[in-house]
Design a protein around this ligand. Sequence first.
Ligand SMILES: *[C@@H]1O[C@H](CO)[C@@H](O)[C@H](O)[C@H]1NC(C)=O
Ligand SMILES: *[C@@H]1O[C@H](CO)[C@@H](O)[C@H](O)[C@H]1NC(C)=O
Length: 252
Amino acid sequence: MKGVIVFTIVTIWSNVYCTPCSYSPSQWCASLDSAIECGVLKQCLEANATKPKSQDSSVQVDLYFESLCPGCREFLTTQLLPTWVMLNDIMTVNLVPFGNAQETAKGKQYTFTCQHGEEECLGNMIETCILNASANPFQIIYCMEASSNVVKAGQACVELFDPTIKWDSIMSCVKGDLGNQLMHQNALKTGALKPPHQYVPWIVINGEHTEDLQNKAMGSLFTLVCSMYKGKKPEACGAALTRYHRGYCHDD
Ligand SMILES: *[C@@H]1O[C@H](CO)[C@@H](O)[C@H](O)[C@H]1NC(C)=O
Ligand SMILES: *[C@@H]1O[C@H](CO)[C@@H](O)[C@H](O)[C@H]1NC(C)=O
């Protein structure tokens, strides 16, 4: 089961972004496309996720989204995760699944209604509980959002990317007070946005949302994060990223 998923993800990526692996082993994790070409994306993600980073000057990227919105899924899978893989040393990501949902209070509990129906509310809730439970939640959220069925993929994605977490504990969060309160926090955070969000995905960079930042992030989050980072730019920022960002295949 796990093997099938790894294989599927790697196959999807490598079909999109050229094959075969033309890198020497020491280079396998050097960039996202080499990791994909060499079929070791998962291993590189895990190795990289454990590295310390320079928090203070890192570029803060907050994404307000909802689990079934096609534009959110596209941004998460084609911009946010790839950029984070390359630049996790210089960026901090904060995901807030709620988006255009609404909440109503019933005593101390809240009920939620979502733009894309109950399935989306469930997806938002599962992702919220994963964000609360996992030290490395982004690959899991990516895995879900890249799957054809976001909600159904949840368990397999958790087992694949964070085996330390029991799916049962996620589901008891989803069904219990913890999930309810965490989702309420998401509602408050989303409701407090200035300017108020008008659509999703709604992107906030270093605490600021402008049309210009939104457009740049949607166009190439990678370029935006590199350009906004004040510290010494990592090598990846100077590298020829056009190679996969432009979607061409070069036979080098
Ligand atoms: C791993 O981290 C290095 C150094 O920060 C980075 O250049 C590289 O792109 C990362 N690769 C992957 C696949 O995460
Ligand atoms: C998970 O949620 C609880 C309750 O709000 C909170 O105390 C805890 O810090 C959260 N953990 C993480 C990692 O966000």
